[in-house]
Design a binder for this molecule. Structure first.
Ligand SMILES: [Zn+2]
Length: 335
């Protein structure tokens, strides 16, 4: 009897051990499964989603519509260099943020201290510090400042023109805000080739070549040859800034996107019906038709073979310059 008992004892211990181990094993599988799904959720959030989240969060704190915050950020992203560690590109000057503490702008300071020294930097993430390199702190500060000034009866245009000391800044920021609001997104970077795929066209790199009209101008764009009446599409999301006659470009349309690139479509035979100055377009929207207008007074046509002249101009916050669209066209044609 005794022997029997002793014989069984180790077996029951073994049994318990197996039970405990399998329980722990299952637990760890569960934890791993959870970790995996968390990782997936993070991967699905793009940089655009994260930024949109930040703007919307700041809207609830400051009452400034998210698309205005996004537009101000977009304007600064286009003209500033900013570290990879940040999602947003707004940079508030040291004197503005730190007041007379600006001499010590290298270290992070408590919001209380900054206010004592007359700075406007605020703590948006609730850690007590107002850090001019923290996205939440910066957006919260900008939103709060803007709301204060709007409450005093100033308009967005007045505030932005004065802050950036540039009339065009207000105009660009308003355009971006309009686009973000309309498309309910800050991810407006899709591009397409300006001529639909099923039409015949050809183009070569013609950047900088001399041209026959208007003196010693160099060719600032790419000519895409196609028959009269071939549809011309907007390459990007954007707002129609200019539509009408120009003695070089003939009937032409100018569209600005949110990267602050101005897309120029010239020598058209006509415009699409609903295209007006101020119209909002998306990639692929037909804006007009290939022609040979230009090189003379309004209505001049047929002085050269029909083609689309496509140009790209960038604004850096101070001035605008042309760059070669050919590499971009090559890529969009391939895609
Ligand atoms: Zn051209």
């Amino acid at each position: 009897m005794k022997l029997h008992y002793i014989k069984h004892r180790p077996l029951s211990w073994l049994f318990m051990l197996v039970l405990v181990c399998s329980f722990l094993f299952c637990q760890s599988i569960d934890i791993n499964a959870e970790e995996e799904s968390d990782d997936n959720a993070e991967e699905e959030l793009s940089e655009y989603d994260l930024r949109l989240d930040l703007y919307q969060k700041t809207e609830t704190l400051t009452n400034i519509p998210w698309y205005y915050l996004a537009a101000i950020d977009q304007y600064e992203r286009n003209v500033n260099d900013f570290p990879d560690t940040r999602l947003t590109g707004i940079q508030v000057p040291d004197e503005e943020w730190y007041g007379s503490l600006a001499f010590d702008s290298e270290s992070t300071h408590l919001q209380k201290t900054i206010q004592l020294f007359g700075g406007s930097g605020l703590d948006g993430n609730g850690n007590g510090f107002a850090d001019d390199q923290n996205d939440e702190d910066v957006l919260y500060t900008v939103g709060t400042k803007l709301f204060e000034q709007l409450s005093r009866g100033h308009t967005y245009d007045e505030i932005l023109e004065e802050y950036y000391d540039r009339e065009k800044a207000a105009k660009l920021i308003n355009q971006y805000a309009k686009l973000f609001r309309h498309f309910e997104s800050v991810d407006l970077n899709k591009r397409v080739f300006p001529i639909p795929r099923y039409h015949n066209y050809s183009f070569q790199s013609t950047w900088g070549a001399g041209r026959g009209y208007g003196g010693n101008r160099i060719h600032e764009g790419t000519d895409i040859f196609a028959s009269y009446g071939t549809p011309v599409r907007s390459v990007s999301y954007g707002i129609v800034e200019i539509k009408g006659w120009n003695r070089y470009g003939g009937w032409r349309v100018g569209i600005r996107d949110t990267d602050n690139v101005y897309h120029y479509y010239a020598h058209l035979s006509g415009f699409e019906n609903d295209i007006e100055e101020g119209s909002i377009v998306e990639p692929g929207d037909v804006i007009g038709y290939v022609g040979s207008s230009g090189y003379g007074p309004e209505g001049t046509s047929g002085k050269f073979p029909p083609h689309l002249h496509y140009g790209m101009y960038r604004d850096n916050g101070k001035h605008e310059w042309a760059f070669d669209p050919y590499p971009h066209l090559k890529r969009w044609d391939f895609e």
